[in-house]
Design a protein around this ligand. Structure first.
Ligand SMILES: [Zn+2]
Ligand SMILES: [Zn+2]
Length: 366
């Protein structure tokens, strides 16, 4: 083993300031760890949020938590047969020892961190924060082997990287947290990567009416191609009334994927008695939502959801199988692609709403 290896990474030095491409040091993998050469990393709205606000992270840090790559070095205790294995990185640690993991609820693993400082990445001797314990905006990272989920070799690492966050978050919000059943009506607020994945999850699970709500016309059209049966622009139609009209009294399930409290309240208001509203978006930590207490008496529920309540080791392989069958369509939501040097353009593309899921593709990726 050595003193580590040099890698290029996009480093966030302060809130909202341009990310800088720097040569950092990636330490060797320790016991139970693997070093992954990153192939691709999607830019998620949460990256944008922490970069702008600093909430949940201390700078300097390396953002990016929706990454795929190939295992190129292993620490002690990890089988050498893992070398060369293509993987998607899970930001859920699934430690196996905490109360949540022992109860089979690994998405609530207490080892999860928005700002891991494990010393595995450093810049001129200064440890770098690792957003969601991933830091996919680095050519190489070190993660626990439990967080490197194998990808079937016939799938493109570029295509499947969003399974690491947005796809699982949306799909799981509808299918796992929201437990959509066949024939149920589903309303999805926000048609970014998470919302479009919720729509696809609802379609694959056999939902009946799937109503997409977004002010962006192009996104509504894409939602239609990916499974939405109805599209509502809140700039033209009041969405809660529209959903009640389309469903004859409210949706059974509503998913908030717009990242704001107003949409969460609308999601709750759009469900029928007995319905479930699932909130996925990350907002400012001080944001609050209010719902009329009396409406809870109608068996309505308001659920939070993190990472779609998914267990990466259990659920990523299922998602990969849907990708292989062409049922879960990732490329239509993805891109455009940027090299690491253009990372600030990728952030701008997401911030402006021009791109749904801009992606950094590293030069070694086929
Ligand atoms: Zn994310
Ligand atoms: Zn745990």
């Amino acid at each position: 083993m050595t003193d580590g290896i040099r890698a290029r990474a996009a480093v966030a030095h302060e809130c909202g300031a341009q990310l800088r491409i720097e040569e950092i040091t990636v330490r060797d993998p320790g016991p139970g760890e693997v070093r992954v050469r990153i192939a691709a990393c999607g830019i998620c709205a949460s990256d944008l949020h922490v970069w702008r606000t600093g909430e949940g992270i201390a700078f300097p840090a390396v953002l990016g938590h929706e990454a795929s790559g190939v295992i190129e070095a292993v620490g002690s205790g990890v089988a050498e047969t893992s070398l060369g294995q293509p993987v998607v990185i899970a930001w859920i640690p699934s430690c196996g020892a905490c109360r949540a993991c022992r109860a089979g609820r690994t998405h609530l693993c207490s080892a999860m961190s928005t700002d891991a400082h494990d010393g595995s990445l450093s810049l001129n001797g200064t440890p770098l924060g690792r957003y969601m314990s991933v830091s996919g905006l680095s050519q190489m990272i070190v993660v626990n082997e439990r967080c490197a989920i194998p990808v079937p070799p016939d799938l493109s690492l570029r295509s499947v990287c969003p399974v690491g966050c947005g796809v699982t978050t949306g799909f799981g919000a509808a299918v796992i947290t929201g437990a959509v059943r066949w024939g149920e009506s589903v309303a999805v607020f926000g048609c970014g990567g998470v919302g479009l994945s919720a729509i696809q999850g609802a379609r694959i699970a056999g939902a009946g009416r799937i109503i997409a709500i977004d002010p962006n016309r192009a996104r509504l059209e894409l939602a239609g191609r990916l499974g939405a049966t109805d599209q509502v622009s809140p700039d033209e139609t009041e969405p809660v009334a529209a959903i009640h009209a389309l469903t004859g009294g409210g949706a059974e399930l509503a998913v908030e994927a717009a990242g704001n409290a107003a949409a969460a309240r609308q999601a709750f208001d759009s469900i029928a008695p007995g319905g479930r509203a699932v909130v996925t978006g990350l907002t400012s930590y001080s944001e609050e939502i209010r719902v009329p207490m009396v409406s809870l008496l109608l068996d309505k529920s308001l659920h939070g959801s993190i990472h779609g309540s998914a267990d990466p080791a259990r659920d990523f392989p299922k998602l990969f199988e849907f990708v292989r069958r062409g049922e879960l369509r990732l490329e239509e939501m993805a891109g455009p692609d940027f090299p690491l040097e253009k990372v600030n353009d990728a952030f701008e593309a997401l911030a402006s709403g021009r791109a749904i899921r801009p992606r950094i593709v590293f030069e070694q990726t086929p």
